[in-house]
Design a protein around this ligand. Structure first.
Ligand code: SF4
Length: 553
C-alpha cells in the first residue's frame, strides 16, 4: 500500500513544537508521509496545549470539524497528543468520540505503536466487518491510550519512563531540511522535562510530570550533530530551564519529590550549588560546556527561566562566553506580593527586582556592544486582583523596562490548583481593560527602547525574507528568482518566497542576540547567501520593536 499520510498540527509552546518535530521525525523514519492539510490524510494528529483557553478551544473546533469526515471515512485515525490528552484522559473521548488515539506528553515514545495498532485495527475491522448499507462499522471500542496518569506520579518509575522517552530526543532527525524544503538554521534542544513548581494557575506539573534532567552528554551530542548538519542557533528548552541539574552516576536525575515552596527562604542572589562537583552538572556548567565543545553553534539561547533559580554562576558564564545570547525571558506574572503568594510563585517582587538588578550588573554592557535584553510574562485579572495590585504590576513593567512582555488575561484552567481554590471573581470587562492598559504601557516602553537603538550597529543572525517581502512576492506574479552566484534559490523555500520583481532589493529579517528583530535590504542576487549568517547592520529607524537598518558587512 502507498505510504500513510499524516497531518500534524501543533498548538501552544516551544516545548510542543519540539515534541511535534520529534514525533514527525520518528513517524517519517517509519515510512509515514506528511501532508499540509487534513483533507487527504489517513491520520490526523493534534498536539495540544491546555495552558491557554484559546488554544484548547481551537482543538475542540478542529475535532468537531472532523466528525463528518470520519463518518464518511471510518478508517481515518484521529489522535490527540499533549497536555489536553493527559489532563482530560478518556473523558476527552467521551466528549469527542471521533478521537481514536490519546497520548500524553510523557508517553510520546509510544505513539508509533499506538498509531500502528489503530490503523491496523481499523483496516482489519473494515475488511472483516462490512457495514450494512447506511451503517458505520463497529470501531468505537478500538481505542489506543497512553497516559502517564496525572494523580499517581510515581517517582520510582519516572526514571524508567524518562529513559524510554529519552530515546525520542536521541533519535531526532538532524537533517537540516524543514518541512518546506528550506535549510534549517535554528533548532530547539530539550534539557529538562516537566516542572516541580506548581504555580496555582498552571497545569504543566500535572500533565508533563515531575522535573527530569537529561544527561549533559546527550544534550551536547545533540547540539554537535545539529551544528554538523548546518544549524547555527540552538535554543535550550525547559519549563524552568535554569533549574537544570544532572547528577552523574544515575541514568536520569529525578527530582520527583515535590517540595512545597511555601515557607522556603529565598537563597538570595548568589546561589551556587554547594554539592556541585565532578558528579554534578549545573545549568552554568552545561552552558559553558556547550559553548566550548560545540563551536559551530554561533548562538546559544535558553527559555524559560525561573527568577529564583538564577545564580551568579549562570550570569558569569553568560558574561564570559560570547556566543551565549544576552537575552533572558523571565516571567514575573504580577507586581503584587499578595498575588505572587496566591500564584505560589515562590518569590516576592523585591526578590525578582534583586535578580533583575543583578542580571543587569553582570550582563548589561552597551558600552562594549553587549547590552542585555529582557522579556517577561504577566497575568492580569488573577482572582482577587485589585486596582492596587494591578497598579503594582504596571509599576514593575515600568521599572524593569522589558523589550517585550507576553500579557494574558487569567482564565481558570481545568486541572489547576487555582480553579478549585479561588473563584474567578474579576469581571471580564475589568480583565479586558487591564489587559489593554498593560499592553499600552508595554507598547510605550518598547517604542522607547526601539528609538534608543537607532544609530547603533548590531550583529544580526539572518533568518530569511521579511514578512513584507513575502507578501509583496505573493501579490506580484512576475517575479525574478533570487540567485546566489547564478544558482537559483528555488531549492530554498524560504528564499524562493522572497523572490523580488526585477533588481529591487529584497528585505531580509533577523535577530540580534538580545532578540530584537531587525530588517534590512539586500541585493536579490546574493540574498540567499546571507541566510544563517551573522551580519553587521547599522540601525537607521525604529517602529516599535521592529528595527530597520543598513547592511554594512
Ligand atoms: S514554573 Fe509555574 S508556570 Fe512555569 S511550568 Fe512550572 S508550574 Fe507552570
Amino acid at each position: 500500500m502507498s505510504r500513510r499520510k499524516v497531518y500534524l498540527e501543533t498548538f501552544g509552546c516551544q516545548m510542543n513544537e519540539l515534541d511535534s518535530e520529534l514525533v514527525a521525525g520518528r513517524l517519517r523514519a517509519l515510512g509515514y508521509a506528511f501532508t499540509p492539510t487534513p483533507d487527504d490524510a489517513h491520520v490526523v494528529l493534534y498536539n495540544t496545549c491546555s495552558v491557554r483557553e484559546h488554544a484548547e478551544q481551537k482543538v475542540w473546533s478542529r475535532l468537531g470539524e472532523l466528525k463528518a469526515r470520519k463518518a464518511a471515512d471510518p478508517a481515518l485515525v484521529v489522535g490527540v497528543l499533549g497536555c489536553m490528552a493527559e489532563r482530560d484522559g478518556e473523558a476527552l473521548i467521551r466528549r469527542m468520540p471521533v478521537v481514536d488515539v490519546l497520548c500524553g506528553p510523557g508517553e510520546l515514545d509510544k505513539l508509533p505503536a499506538l498509531l500502528d495498532n489503530a490503523v491496523r485495527t481499523r483496516e482489519s475491522l473494515l475488511r472483516d466487518e462490512p457495514a450494512p448499507e447506511g451503517h458505520t462499522p463497529r470501531l468505537i471500542s478500538a481505542r489506543e491510550v497512553a497516559l502517564q496518569g496525572n494523580t499517581s506520579r510515581r517517582s520510582a518509575t519516572l526514571a524508567a519512563a524518562a529513559d524510554s522517552l529519552e530515546l525520542l530526543d536521541l533519535s531526532r532527525s538532524v537533517s537540516p531540511i524543514d518541512d518546506d524544503g528550506s535549510v534549517k538554521r535554528s533548532a530547539y534542544v530539550r534539557i529538562t522535562r516537566g516542572c516541580n513548581k506548581f504555580c496555582t494557575y498552571c497545569v504543566v506539573p500535572f500533565t508533563r510530570g515531575a522535573e527530569v534532567h537529561r544527561p549533559p552528554e546527550h544534550i551536547i551530542d545533540e547540539c554537535r550533530r545539529l551544528a554538523d548538519a548546518g544549524v547555527v542557533e540552538v535554543t535550550l528548552l525547559g519549563q524552568t530551564v535554569n533549574h537544570y541539574r544532572f547528577e552523574h552516576g544515575a541514568a536520569v536525575t529525578v527530582d520527583g519529590v515535590v517540595q512545597p515552596q511555601k515557607g522556603r527562604s529565598y537563597a538570595g542572589g548568589h546561589r551556587r550549588d554547594p554539592f556541585a562537583g565532578e558528579r554534578v552538572t549545573t545549568f552554568a556548567d552545561l552552558l559553558a560546556r556547550i559553548h566550548d565543545e560545540v563551536p559551530g553553534i554561533a548562538r546559544l539561547r535558553f527559555v524559560t527561566s525561573y527568577p529564583r533559580d538564577f545564580g551568579d554562576d549562570v550570569l558569569e558564564v553568560i558574561r564570559d562566553h560570547p556566543r551565549i545570547c544576552r537575552y533572558l525571558h523571565v516571567p514575573a506574572q504580577s507586581g503584587s506580593d499578595r498575588l505572587l503568594g496566591l500564584m505560589n510563585r515562590g518569590y516576592s517582587v523585591g526578590e525578582y527586582l534583586e535578580f533583575i538588578d543583578r542580571a543587569r550588573a553582570h550582563l548589561d554592557q552597551p558600552e562594549i556592544g553587549r547590552p542585555l535584553g529582557l522579556s517577561g510574562d504577566f497575568i492580569v485579572g488573577f482572582p482577587t486582583e485589585t486596582d492596587a495590585d494591578f497598579d503594582a504590576t504596571v509599576a514593575l513593567l515600568r521599572r524593569v523596562r522589558y523589550k517585550n512582555a507576553f500579557i494574558f488575561k487569567y482564565s481558570p484552567r481545568p486541572g489547576t490548583i487555582a480553579i478549585d481554590r479561588y473563584p474567578d471573581d474579576v469581571p471580564e470587562a475589568v480583565k479586558r481593560a487591564r489587559n489593554t492598559t498593560l499592553l499600552d504601557v508595554q507598547g510605550e516602553i518598547s517604542d522607547e527602547l526601539g528609538r534608543e537603538q537607532v544609530g547603533r550597529t548590531v550583529d544580526v543572525l539572518v533568518e530569511g525574507a521579511s514578512a513584507r517581502t513575502r507578501k509583496r512576492r505573493a501579490s506580484s506574479p512576475g517575479t525574478v528568482a533570487l540567485t546566489v552566484g547564478g544558482r537559483p534559490a528555488g531549492a530554498d523555500a524560504d528564499f524562493a518566497a522572497a523572490d523580488a520583481p526585477g533588481d529591487e532589493p529584497v528585505q531580509l529579517s533577523g535577530r540580534t542576540d538580545t532578540d530584537l528583530i531587525v530588517h534590512f535590504d539586500a541585493s536579490p542576487t546574493d540574498a540567499l547567501a546571507w541566510r544563517g549568517r551573522i551580519v553587521r547592520v547599522r540601525l537607521d529607524r525604529a517602529a516599535g520593536l521592529s528595527l530597520f537598518g543598513t547592511l554594512i558587512s
